[in-house]
Design a protein around this ligand. Structure first.
Ligand code: FAD
Ligand code: DLZ
Length: 513
């Protein structure tokens, strides 16, 4: 008689209450399965990172005295699907109970819920779902807060969270520093100083694991970097990364939050999303570490508030949007964008220097920072009218931190405006002037950010105006776009036609840009 406890590949939290007692009747089950490697084409580092971290948690649990059944990708008995493997393990361990932690992805949640119902109907095995003990909100908390409202403003949710959790508060209702938000201070371009932090992450040699992944026939893309793999393997490494971030990068996080540079690939960003999303780190401890740095005078309020907002605000908020909007959210396409991704999304080989850098580093590192994802790659995809579903699959595959609950609202909602403005009050679009102001890629680019027409004109310019012209019926009355439509009004018809012609030429030649 035993209990099986399933641990999914993004539930690698050794501090979960499940592990408080060593129970000889409990078998922890982790499995590498094609069902999870193949639901989208993943970056090689994502498959390596998840497998390596799952294997490491299994090692830690065994060393602590727990019973563990680890199903490797090349195990002869591996049925390559979560519930098929569980069906085989139940009789093997004579299990009378199966437990699993609440999955974060709708697909897996539905799959396990249906299986649980079937199992419970047999009466022989009792199956139940336990909390993952990770988030600061319940799945439905965002939906409850916004019940009856048309626009779901993150800022409203964020203030609610600051008050509820008493984070950076001067009193029960007043924020520290008399401001909720320091965004206005956090928009500096980076001009070569302060010095960019070194890569503090621990290198690992996962060459053997990478061989096993390839031998199993798992398809992937991007650079594996297997011999010097830098994403954290476990909580100890993740905690080390958190300390290094707080010491070396957090003080500058706010200032350069929106900046871009070709002299590095992460500026002062934390690189903590993989550790957070696989639950090696808890969001509350990351927030507390940042707040402590402010309290000890090590980091300014604007930097700490900017960082806390991402985790306490955005991260919890998009999760709530995901659970409120699924199923169906992944199919939304309010702007009816249908174009396929250009080929260089898979190679980084484009003459647009900002796109080449952002996509190139995504392929090399399985990482791009927020502004590259939103204002470079996402901006291009939106202006060019790429299919939000194709863009979603690309983002879900390429980034080390990509899990649907967080990726989908960011991509489809925030970046592609495909939900019609539920999550963003206006589309995140920008022309070359913005790109040039906040980054240094234009200096080496074939295209000229100041030109709108002609062969050397930056494609972002004509595409920007074309986007707003073609969506004038939907977006023209948006008060936040007043300045854009005013500029269009001031253009002559000939100027508008020239821009449209230029855009059509770019769009019909996208693979060559
Ligand atoms: P930092 O800039 O150091 O921020 C700290 C932490 O805040 C992050 O680790 C993350 O946990 C959280 N955070 C910051 N911004 C967001 C946000 N908008 N939504 C949710 N959490 C946020 N984040 C993911 O974790 N997974 C994704 O798949 C993902 N896909 C994205 C797709 C698009 C199109 C966009 C625009 C954003 C996406 N983000 C995603 C949000 C954000 O870009 C990443 O969290 C961030 O770049 C991760 O790097 P970091 O850890 O260095 O973050
Ligand atoms: C992303 C991923 C990959 C590539 N492989 C596995 C796996 O083999 N086994 C597993 O348990 N989880 C994996 N994952 C993470 C899951 O996709 C994730 O747990 C679900 O999407 C639920 O959020």
């Amino acid at each position: 008689m035993s209990t099986l406890r399933l641990i999914l590949g993004d539930q690698l939290n050794p501090t979960h209450s499940w592990f408080q007692a060593i129970r000889p009747d409990v078998v922890y089950v982790l499995m590498e399965v094609r069902q999870e490697t193949d639901y989208v084409l993943h970056h090689a580092q994502k498959v390596i990172g998840i497998f390596a971290a799952m294997r490491d948690l299994a090692r830690q649990l065994k060393e602590a005295g727990h019973r563990v059944r680890y199903v490797r990708i090349d195990d002869a008995h591996n049925r390559q699907a979560l519930t098929n493997n569980l069906d085989a393990l139940i009789p093997h361990y004579q299990a009378t109970q199966v437990e699993y932690q609440a999955p974060d992805e709708y697909r897996v949640d539905q799959l396990l819920a249906a299986w649980r119902e079937k199992l419970n109907a047999t009466g022989a095995v009792l199956c139940s779902m336990a909390p993952s003990e990770h988030f600061l909100t319940e799945r439905d908390e965002v939906a409850r807060l916004f019940a009856g409202r048309k626009a779901w403003l993150m800022e409203h949710f964020y203030r609610h969270m600051r008050k509820k959790h008493r984070i950076l508060m001067a009193s029960a209702t007043q924020p520290m520093g008399e401001q909720w938000n320091f965004d206005q201070d956090n928009r500096k371009p980076w001009k070569g100083a302060p010095v960019l932090p070194a890569d503090w992450r621990t290198p690992h040699d996962h060459a053997k694991l990478w061989q096993a992944i390839q031998a199993a026939g798992i398809e992937s893309f991007g650079q594996p970097q297997a011999a010097e793999f830098r994403w954290p393997l476990n909580r100890a490494e993740a905690l080390h990364d958190l300390t290094e971030f707080v010491t070396h990068a957090l003080p500058h996080f706010g200032d350069y939050q929106d900046a871009r540079t070709t002299q590095g690939w992460r500026l002062f960003h934390s690189l903590l999303s993989f550790a957070l999303n696989t639950k090696m780190l808890n969001p509350r401890e990351v927030i507390d570490a940042a707040v402590q740095a402010f309290e000890q005078g090590h980091a300014p309020l604007a930097a700490v508030e900017g960082f806390v907002r991402q985790i306490l605000g955005w991260r919890e908020y998009v999760r709530g949007v995901y659970w409120a909007q699924m199923p169906g959210y992944d199919g939304r396409n309010e702007l009816d964008h249908q174009r396929d991704l250009p080929e260089w999304f898979w190679t980084g080989q484009t003459h647009m220097a900002c796109m080449a850098h952002a996509i190139g580093q995504s392929l090399d590192q399985a990482y791009a920072h927020h502004i590259q994802r939103l204002m470079v790659i996402g901006n291009f995809a939106l202006l060019a009218g790429l299919s939000p579903q194709a863009v979603h699959r690309w983002y879900l595959g390429i980034y080390i931190d990509a899990f649907e609950w967080v990726e989908l609202p960011n991509t489809l909602g925030m970046s592609q405006f495909a939900d019609g403005g539920l999550l963003a009050t206006k589309p995140y679009t920008a022309s070359a002037a913005y790109l040039q102001r906040m980054g240094d890629e234009c200096r080496t680019c074939r295209y000229n950010p100041k030109e709108r027409l002609g062969e050397t004109a930056c494609p972002f310019n004509a595409l920007y105006w074309h986007f707003h012209l073609r969506h004038q019926t939907t977006l023209g009355s948006n008060p936040r776009l007043g300045f854009v439509y005013k500029q269009l009004e001031n253009m002559s018809e000939t100027q508008q036609q020239q821009l449209e012609q230029q855009a059509h030429q770019l769009l019909s030649n996208m693979n060559e840009l």
